[in-house]
Design a protein around this ligand. Structure first.
Ligand code: HEM
Ligand SMILES: *[C@@H]1O[C@H](CO)[C@@H](O)[C@H](O)[C@H]1NC(C)=O
Length: 501
């Protein structure tokens, strides 16, 4: 027994020695290299534990750029937002789509688009993204407005007893409202669709999402594979054909998939499932933070409520519990304090990492003083959370300040670091050519969600509850969800008239 143990131990020591002598070495002109002493894993554990703290510490020791070994990949982090433009501009040598195609196909279970079987499909899919923006956004906004009101009215119906407070949990509330209204807006309606069950499975899958993205094989993750198959089955073409009035964006995707014989029904379904994840995976936690911050800050809540009322008028306010009202895209645009509150919520909760894959060995010029050597297949990463929490750019960065992005009644866009204007000061949706194509829809949805909720009910956080904490396991992957339950109470508004306690 002891012998076996000793052999393993010695083997391990040899591996570590081998690795530290013959593993990758820093070359001239390359950024500082941090690879830790554990072969392959490198600094993966420290990164997962608290990436923001870990990276800030490395920035203090090594400067604004450095390369870290994380789970078999060499990732070069650029930590200073003043250096972001050179990375964002370099589309040719720094590619995003290869990485996202391989990560997404593995995670959601479809054949990679770059596999050569589907010529032109990736480009055609990229073109459908215009159907989430511009003129197409009008009809999406219209449909979302109706769906939100329908779902929320249904939610509040059981509180027939209007004067009374009801208790609920805030994240659960946001999940159920946003999941259903977003689903109906994008994929359409069908009376016997069991969306509660779909959402349950979606959440089970989503819990393992960070591990899948970290390239843990799905067979190690319990019944995740079976759950993913069930989720995919939901989107089989013959089922989707029966859904009423899906949006143009989803219809376009269906007809593109139809034209590729090499694409099996399983693959088509997996693509639709991936889009479901993209459309609600981040929007739901974002909706939570918007409401949570507003409820925690009476001054913000009052200002935003007043702005909403001014824009939509008293008549709409009175009738919303009885009949659908319309809030147009133009009206939403006028709500600048609401928009600033949403953006401020995203600033505080976004932990997305912007990733580019290096296509060839080359030297990247960062600014007048700095260039760095990069190797083919390495990854270059921007970590916007460090910018979002930079005290030089944002005064008291940890504090929610609802009007942070408003100045003289208009959007404020000048933020400074070292006396220089920062161009990329807030980037929850990524950057450059690879920015999230759903960002305009997402922002509208979040504003609509806050509007309709505040118009239909009064909400309060329960007294003396725990401060909310963040679920760190999702570092690098979008919007962080809350880690603990947040109880709150709500009651129907009386058509906008103020009520005595
Ligand atoms: C608050 C909500 C949302 C956040 C924070 C968010 C964030 C992001 C981020 C960070 C990326 C990667 C971009 C990059 O790395 O450069 C992305 C990609 C994407 N998002 Fe969003 N997103 C949100 C909502 C949505 C919605 C509502 C939709 C669709 C209706 C959507 C569709 C997509 C798609 C399709 C991609 C992949 C684009 C590609 O592969 O080229 N997102 N999103
Ligand atoms: C909020 O963020 C969006 C997307 O990043 C941007 O287009 C919009 O102008 C911002 N508005 C305000 C008031 O900050």
């Amino acid at each position: 027994m002891l012998e076996i143990f000793l052999t393993i131990f010695l083997g391990f020591i040899l591996l570590v020695l081998f690795y530290s002598f013959w593993g990758r070495r820093r070359r001239n002109g390359e950024p500082p290299l941090i690879k830790g002493w554990i072969p392959f894993l490198g600094k993966a554990l420290e990164f997962r534990e608290n990436s923001q703290q870990f990276l800030t510490q490395l920035q203090k020791e090594h400067g604004d750029f450095f390369t870290v070994l994380i789970a078999g990949r060499y990732i070069t982090f650029i930590m200073n937002p003043l250096l972001y433009p050179s990375v964002i501009k370099h589309g040719k040598q720094l590619d995003f789509h290869k990485f996202s195609d391989s990560a997404a196909s593995r995670t959601f279970g479809y054949t990679p688009m770059s596999s050569g079987h589907f010529p032109g499909m990736s480009d055609r899919i990229q073109r459908t993204y215009t159907l989430l923006q511009g003129p197409a956004l009008d009809s999406l906004t219209h449909s979302m407005m109706a769906n939100l009101q329908h779902v929320l009215r249904h939610h509040f119906l059981f509180t027939e007893n209007s004067g009374l407070w009801e208790k609920a949990e805030l994240y659960e509330f946001c999940k159920s409202v946003m999941f259903q209204s977003t689903f109906n807006t994008l994929y359409g309606h069908l009376s016997y669709l069991h969306l509660d069950e779909l959402r349950e499975d979606f959440e089970k899958f989503d819990n393992f999402f960070p591990l899948l993205m970290a390239r843990v094989p799905i067979c190690f993750l319990g019944n995740t594979k079976a759950i993913r198959e069930k989720l995919q089955r939901f989107f089989y073409p013959q089922r989707m054909a029966e859904w009423k009035s899906p949006c143009d964006f989803i219809q376009d995707r269906m007809s593109i998939f139809q034209q590729y014989d090499a694409l099996q029904d399983r693959d088509k379904a997996a693509h639709h499932f991936a889009m479901l994840w993209a459309s609600v995976g981040n929007t739901i936690p974002a909706a939570f933070w918007c409401l949570y911050h507003l409820m925690s800050c009476p001054e913000a809540l009052a200002a935003v409520r007043e702005e909403i009322m001014n824009v939509i008028g008293e008549k709409n306010m009175r009738s919303i519990l009885q009949e659908d009202i319309v809030i147009t895209r133009q009206q939403l645009e006028q709500m600048v304090y609401l928009e600033s509150s949403v953006n401020e919520s995203l600033r505080l909760s976004s932990v997305s990492m912007n990733i580019r894959m290096v296509q060839e060995d080359f030297c990247l010029r960062l600014d007048a003083q700095n260039s760095i050597g990069l190797r083919k297949d390495d990854i270059i990463a921007l970590y916007p959370q460090s910018t979002h929490l930079d005290p030089e750019i944002y005064d008291e960065p940890q504090r929610f300040q609802f009007d942070r992005f408003v100045e003289d009644g208009k959007e404020k866009t000048d933020f400074y670091k070292c006396g220089q204007k920062v161009r990329y000061y807030r980037m929850p949706f990524g950057s450059g050519a690879t920015q999230c194509p759903g960002r305009f829809f997402a922002l509208n949805e979040l504003k609509q969600f806050v509007c309709v909720t505040l118009l239909m009910c009064e909400m309060q956080l329960m007294d003396n509850q725990h401060e909310v904490s963040l679920d760190n396991s999702r570092a690098g992957l979008g919007i962080m969800p809350p880690a603990n339950p947040i109880p709150f109470r709500f009651r129907k508004t009386l058509g906008g008239t103020e009520r005595e306690e």
